[in-house]
Design a protein around this ligand. Structure first.
Ligand code: GSH
Length: 348
């Protein structure tokens, strides 16, 4: 037998409506099929569950009998949750007038604060501190390397500090230079995390998502959809890729638009036409790794003058105006190196 995770923590409460409203404002949602007249089950977007046990009686003088009386009766003292951003939690508490009873305090492995729920149950919230790891991103020419662009934008978006090591691509010895840095395939990007090399873009995305979960949408099914689209880009769009080599600073370039290329343009446009939501204009409302994955596709559409319509067009405009896209494109503009096979002639 192995204990693998918590299923839930049970909290006895006095006033059902008051407690439900409190926990819902923290992001928990009622799981009605698993609730009954004795207990409410609530679940947070990350899957963390609590049960509100509805048989509480108002304690004498309103004090929490486990925590606020002189006698130290044995029992649970607090539930400790992990949050992505402690500052967001602190802002939530300030906006609702919920007192922070201890903290925020930096324990090294975690940054923590405590507060009480409406019954005086102690709740602890932790933002975990990642182990300090030195990161180096081995990338190719910024103007030409679409996969490098993705890893670079993602690390910046996730706020993971890194140094850059540039390798000029498609020269004798380029792949060997990447291999010497630990990239087993000789292709870029390679993310070096301390001594360890990660040499595939999807693997880099997943690694960075472990450092900052904001890389993926919060909802598990949205997350799966985001990964499906990213997998599709990673494994597909091969006709488009071949017909339109990445050349971020290039304009008005000619591409042979075969029916297969046309179908892949239509597929990208179909995905993009689904963008936008309450949290913003991106594929999953808030900006995520899925948007980063499509950034070089957006760049190709600029270079080769691909016309889009409606929501897809708006999404494309937003993506090429994103500050990280612009920063990458501006750096590519400054590069002197030319990769002849990616320099298609101008359209007439
Ligand atoms: N599957 C790899 C693809 C990486 C890739 O194709 N990188 C290109 C640059 S965009 C490369 O290194 N090309 C150099 C070469 O083929 O020698 C990933 O996901 O990272």
């Amino acid at each position: 037998m192995q204990i693998t995770a918590y299923d839930h923590v049970g909290l006895r409460v006095v006033d059902r409506a008051r407690s439900q409203a409190f926990y819902e404002s923290l992001g928990f949602v009622l799981d009605a099929p698993h609730s009954n007249e004795r207990a409410l089950e609530l679940v947070a977007p990350g899957g963390v569950r609590i049960n509100l046990i509805l048989n509480g009686e108002t304690p004498p003088d309103g004090r929490n009998v486990l925590m606020d009386v002189d006698a130290r009766w044995p029992g649970y003292t607090h539930a400790a949750f992990v949050v992505d951003r402690l500052d967001t939690l602190l802002a939530w508490a300030a906006a609702r007038g919920v007192a922070i009873t201890e903290g925020p305090v930096d324990w090294g492995r975690r940054r923590t604060c405590f507060l009480r729920d409406p019954d005086g149950n102690v709740l602890e919230f932790n933002e975990l501190t990642p182990e300090p790891t030195a990161h180096t991103l081995v990338i190719g020419n910024k103007n030409y390397s679409s996969w490098s662009m993705r890893a670079w934008m993602l690390l910046k978006f996730a706020g993971v500090p890194f140094e850059e090591a540039g390798v000029l691509l498609y020269r004798p010895g380029s792949r060997e230079a990447v291999q010497r840095r630990g990239g087993e395939t000789g292709l870029v990007p390679v993310l070096l995390a301390g001594e360890h090399a990660i040499w595939d873009t999807l693997a880099i995305f997943e690694y960075v998502a472990e450092l900052n979960p904001a890389v993926w949408p919060r909802d598990p099914l949205a997350r799966a959809r985001a990964r499906s689209w990213c997998g599709e880009v990673h494994a597909g769009f091969n006709q488009l890729r071949a017909a339109m080599p990445c050349n971020v600073r290039g304009r008005n370039r000619r591409a042979e638009i075969t029916p297969e290329v046309e179908a892949e343009i239509a597929r990208a446009a179909h995905i993009w036409s689904q963008a936008g939501g309450p949290d913003g204009p991106w594929l999953f409302g808030a900006f995520s790794g899925a948007d980063v994955m499509f950034a070089p596709v957006a760049a190709r559409f600029v270079t080769y003058g691909v016309k889009l319509e409606g929501r897809a067009r708006e999404y494309h405009q937003a993506l090429i105006a994103h500050p990280l896209y612009r920063e990458w494109a501006a750096l590519g503009e400054l590069e002197a190196d030319v990769i002849a096979c990616a320099e298609s002639p101008e359209a007439v």
